[in-house]
Write a protein that binds this ligand. Sequence first.
Ligand code: ATP
Ligand code: MG
Length: 246
Amino acid sequence: MSDSGYEQQRHKPPRRLVMTRKFGIALKYPIPEHSRSPRYELSDDTLIGQGNKRDCHAHPEDPSLCIKVARHPHNWHECHQQSVVEWYYLSHLRRRRVPFDHLVHCHGWVQTSHGSGLVLERVRNDEGSAAPTLNDALTQGQIGEREAFSLLSTLKSWALRHAVAIADLNTANLMLRHRAGQRELVLVDGIGSRRAEWKFTLYQIFPALSRRKTRREWKHQGEGLARAIREVSADTQGRERARATG
Ligand SMILES: Nc1ncnc2c1ncn2[C@@H]1O[C@H](COP(=O)(O)OP(=O)(O)OP(=O)(O)O)[C@@H](O)[C@H]1O
Ligand SMILES: [Mg+2]
């Protein structure tokens, strides 16, 4: 990875105060200046994951990285918002020296055939294989219900200890990584806030609010997540039993 990505993070992100009709003064989170070249060609061949708003592509030049781009051109700003939040929040956590045990490193913005893209560390296992999402790991029987709950509890303790705000907890936003003889969950989406708005600013200023956000997220989304884990895990076991009995 060229230095330019890190360079974008070394400087303080270019937040700026603007006047809005609704709230008076507000903070704006623009995408920082980034070089027009190189411009990476992305296609179905480079696609490695899809959410509702963004596509995730393998970086054409560096297998340890991926590039996230907005999915729907007609709704570009809305789709891009999570990448903008991710960039600002990961930069913020890095400056706060939060250990990135459950996060990916962010390498800044590049130009692609699909517009501006955010370059992030691609989640991989120690031996280099691509890590699965928690949903895929459960479906493929790579992890059982009990271990999934235990890893989630470790993730929650880490987030509360380091005041990391979690805003969208689900099995597609978590990946299962095998590192240094251990398995851990990695948050690839839904950190900081769902939107780059005033609450997002407050989470960066007040650790107590970030902790409250994470506790509330666990209370509201945690049940759905637990249900999804139980259901997928039960389905997988059912399939495995059926296969074993012929
Ligand atoms: N750092 C990463 N390394 C490897 N794969 C990733 C990474 N980030 C995302 N992915 C893959 O891409 C998929 C979509 O990414 P992401 O969840 O960020 O998109 P999204 O559109 O913001 O999602 P949502 O629908 O939750 O808003 C993930 O479920 C995962 O399979
Ligand atoms: Mg997602």
